[in-house]
Design a protein around this ligand. Structure first.
Ligand code: GLN
Length: 263
C-alpha cells in the first residue's frame, strides 16, 4: 500500500516537472542541430588538444551560445581558406574561427554582432632591430596565412615578397629559421603562440597594424542570426563572456560595440 502511494507521488512529481518544462520557453526537448565550421589551428581560439578534443575561446563561446539559444552544436573541421565558400554554399549553418568582419566578406556572407576585439600584429625574430612598423616592412619577405586579413594587409606593403601558409602556427618556424623576415597575423593568436608554444625567440612589434572585430559567420541572412545575437547579448550581460575571456586571456575583456556597419 505504502509502495503504491510512493509510486503515485513519484508519477505526480514527474508530471509536474514535465508540465513546468513545457511552459518554459528556454527548455526545448527537440533542439536544433547547428553545424558549425572551424579550423582547429588558430590558437587559443580553436585547438585540438592531445586527446583529440576541440577546445578554445571560440569553442567555449559557441557552446555557451548553444546553451542559451537551445541549439546542439556539431563542429566540423575544415581549412580556414575555403570556409567562406562553404558558408556561401550553405553546407554549414555557421563558422567560428576568429573570423574578422570585413566589408568584402559581408558581400557574400553574414556576421553576428562582434564578439572579440582583435588586430593584426607584426612578429619578428627577437634579435631583429630593423622592423618596427608598417614602413620598415617595405621589400621584406613576409609570411601570412592564406585567405586571412593578414594576407590582405600584406598585399598593401610595397615590394614585399609574400609567402603564404595553409595554417597559422607553421609560419613561426620559418620565421625562427630565417626563411622569412616577418609574420603578419592576428595579435592574440601570435602572442599566445609565443607564450605557450615552442616559439621562443620571436617577439611582437608593439603597435598593432589594424583594429578588427571577430564575428560568427553564417550564410547570407541566416535565420539563426537573431538567435545567435541575442545569445551573445545574454552572455555579455550575465558575465559568462567575461569568464570565458579571463579563462583564455587572463585579463579583463574590452568593451565591444553591439554592431558594426553591415554594408
Ligand atoms: N582574423 C583573421 C581573418 O579573419 C584570421 C582568422 C584565422 O586565421 N582563423 O582573416
Amino acid at each position: 500500500m505504502l509502495k503504491l502511494k510512493h509510486l503515485i507521488m513519484s508519477l505526480g512529481c514527474l508530471l509536474l516537472i514535465i508540465a513546468c518544462n513545457s511552459s518554459h520557453p528556454k527548455i526545448n526537448f527537440h533542439t536544433k542541430l547547428l553545424k558549425v565550421a572551424t579550423d582547429p589551428t588558430f590558437i587559443p581560439f580553436e585547438i585540438r588538444n592531445t586527446s583529440g578534443k576541440l577546445v578554445g575561446f571560440d569553442i567555449d563561446l559557441m557552446n555557451a551560445i548553444a546553451k542559451v539559444a537551445g541549439f546542439t552544436v556539431q563542429f566540423e573541421s575544415m581549412p580556414f581558406d575555403g570556409m567562406i565558400s562553404t558558408l556561401q554554399a550553405q553546407k554549414v549553418d555557421a563558422a567560428i574561427n576568429g573570423i574578422t568582419i570585413t566589408a568584402e566578406r559581408l558581400k557574400t556572407i553574414s556576421f553576428s554582432r562582434p564578439y572579440f576585439k582583435a588586430g593584426l600584429a607584426i612578429a619578428v625574430r627577437e634579435d631583429n632591430q630593423d622592423i618596427k612598423d608598417f614602413n620598415s616592412l617595405k621589400g621584406k619577405k613576409i609570411a601570412v596565412q592564406i585567405g586571412s586579413t593578414g594576407a590582405d594587409f600584406a598585399k598593401t606593403i610595397p615590394h614585399a615578397k609574400i609567402i603564404t601558409f595553409n595554417s597559422g602556427p607553421d609560419f613561426f618556424q620559418d620565421l625562427l629559421n630565417g626563411n622569412v623576415d616577418a609574420v603578419i597575423s592576428d595579435a592574440f593568436a601570435t602572442l599566445y603562440a609565443i607564450k605557450n608554444s615552442n616559439f621562443k625567440g620571436i617577439k611582437v612589434v608593439t603597435n598593432l597594424l589594424t583594429e578588427e572585430y571577430y564575428g560568427i559567420a553564417t550564410p547570407k541572412n541566416s535565420p539563426h542570426l537573431d538567435t545567435i545575437n541575442n545569445a551573445i547579448a545574454t552572455l555579455l550581460a550575465n558575465n559568462t563572456y567575461k569568464q570565458i575571456y579571463q579563462k583564455w586571456f587572463n585579463s579583463e575583456p574590452p568593451q565591444l560595440p553591439d554592431s558594426l556597419p553591415q554594408n
